[in-house]
Structure formats: structure tokens, C-alpha cells
Write a protein that binds this ligand. Structure first.
Ligand SMILES: NC(=O)c1ccc[n+]([C@@H]2O[C@H](COP(=O)([O-])OP(=O)(O)OC[C@H]3O[C@@H](n4cnc5c(N)ncnc54)[C@H](OP(=O)(O)O)[C@@H]3O)[C@@H](O)[C@H]2O)c1
Length: 214
């Protein structure tokens, strides 16, 4: 059960789940309560900061509020998303008392698939979660490298991409309105890609050196 605090800059101004005029710390507290209410739960496993704020100082005010909630509410982990700059991630990690356990980023060519950040995550025991994995990668899904492997295994290209990611240390997030897709998404754990197949896909995810270092 995962939810996040999104700063005012990332909110729909007509639907902010906290008082935007409150202090940052109060905003985090109100947002966390609103999330639990909306989800109908008293318990959250994983609490995220949607993205770094404009300054490191502001980011740390929010992070410290999240740490307070972590200490009081029995949350298992804190994380951050939309953090595409390694120095920003490193600074948060250095200054945090409760270290970020997860980085959740858009997985796409524009950021070179976060190769540096993914390596940093592996080195620091931080889980890397990908989103927009299918949405942002139609070319990967259409590539012969992936479609050939999919046909040979009687799987879909989406399943092969998701399976590849799990085998190189990424946790892909996805969502679906389709029963068939949901079954397919969960079935990725019923097969495995060989080293040769991993290598084929590795060649079309440029600069993705992570696979070699697992
Ligand atoms: N931190 C952030 O800023 C942020 C931003 C966006 C999303 N997220 C997170 O990421 C999660 C995933 O969302 P996403 O949009 O990024 O996911 P995605 O994997 O890029 O795309 C999901 C789309 O792919 C389709 N799909 C799912 N499984 C499929 C399959 N096996 N074969 C073919 N199509 C399939 C779904 O459509 P159908 O309904 O037709 O199956 C859905 O429209 C969200 O739930 C959210 O938690 C985070």
C-alpha cells in the first residue's frame, strides 16, 4: 500500500488534498491523512515524496515531516519519485535520518533509462521502481529483439519487457483495467529470460550497464 505527498506545484489547484496555505510540515500531515481516508485504510506500507522541491532546504523540511510520520505510524519505508538528478538523490540520502528505500522514476530514453541512478540505487540498497514502462516505450515493445523473444516464449512484448526489468533489478509498476492484462502482468514470474535473451535486450536499452553488474 503506497501513497505520496505531492507538493502544491504538482497539484491540480481545484483538488488539493490539504490546505495549500499551511506550512509544508502541516501539508504533509494533512496529505497523509487524506490518503488514508481515500484509500480506506489505517495503514500505509510506503510513503513517497512525489518529487524534490525547489530547494534542498524545502525538500528536507518535507522529508523530516515524512520521517515524523514514519516514526509515529509504523510505515515500512519512505521513498521519492521523479528525482532524475544523482546529486539531488545523493544529498537527500546523506541528510536523511530515515534513508529513502525506493526511487520511483519514469523509465524512458530521455533520461537514458536512469543508468547512473539505477547503479547508485544498487550500490546503496535502494529499490528502483519504474513507471511509464509501457507508455513511454512503444519502440522497445515493437523492436524485433523483444517481439522475437516474446513469440518464442508465447508471451507478449509487455511481459518480456517487464520480465527483463525484474531480472536486472528494477521493480516495474503498472496498472490495468483489463483482466487479461492483469493476468499477463502477474504471469511474468512464471518464466525466465536466459543470459542470451537478457543480452539481446540489453543491447537495445542503451547505456544500461546495470545488468552486467548484478
Ligand atoms: N510517481 C509518479 O509521478 C507516477 C506517475 C505516473 C504513474 N505512476 C505510478 O505508476 C503506476 C503505473 O502506471 P503507468 O501509466 O506508468 O503504467 P504503464 O505500464 O506505463 O502503462 C499502463 C498501461 O498499459 C496497459 N497495460 C497494462 N498491462 C498491460 C499488458 N500486459 N499488455 C498491454 N498493455 C498493458 C494498461 O492499459 P489497459 O487498461 O488497457 O490494460 C495501462 O493503460 C501507476 O499506477 C502509479 O502508481 C507514478
Amino acid at each position: 500500500m503506497q501513497t505520496k505527498f505531492t507538493p502544491v506545484s504538482g497539484q491540480d489547484p481545484n483538488n488539493i488534498p490539504y490546505n495549500p496555505n499551511a506550512t509544508l510540515q502541516e501539508q504533509v500531515m494533512q496529505s497523509f491523512s487524506a490518503s488514508k481516508k481515500n484509500l480506506g485504510t489505517s495503514y500505509i506500507d510506503s510513503f513517497f515524496l512525489h518529487s524534490p522541491l525547489k530547494t534542498h532546504k524545502e525538500t528536507m523540511i518535507v522529508w523530516n515531516a515524512m520521517e515524523e510520520i514514519y516514526n509515529l505510524s509504523g510505515i515500512s519505508q519512505l521513498g521519492i519519485s521523479n528525482c532524475y538528478d544523482l546529486a539531488t538523490m545523493q544529498k537527500l540520502y546523506d541528510d536523511a535520518t530515515v534513508k529513502p528505500s525506493v526511487l520511483q522514476n519514469r523509465f524512458y530514453q530521455e533520461t537514458h533509462y536512469d543508468v547512473d541512478l539505477r547503479q547508485w540505487c544498487l550500490d546503496h540498497g535502494v529499490v528502483y521502481q519504474s513507471f511509464w514502462t509501457l507508455t513511454a516505450n512503444p519502440n522497445l515493445l515493437k523492436s524485433t529483439e523483444i517481439t522475437d523473444i516474446a513469440s518464442s516464449k508465447n508471451m507478449t512484448p509487455a511481459q518480456v519487457l517487464f520480465r527483463y526489468l525484474t531480472q536486472v533489478g528494477v521493480v516495474p509498476l503498472t496498472g490495468t483495467t483489463s483482466d487479461v492484462h492483469m493476468i499477463e502482468d502477474l504471469a511474468i514470474f512464471n518464466f525466465e529470460l536466459s543470459d542470451a535473451e537478457l543480452d539481446k535486450i540489453y543491447k537495445i536499452l542503451p547505456n544500461s550497464g546495470v545488468v552486467l553488474q548484478l
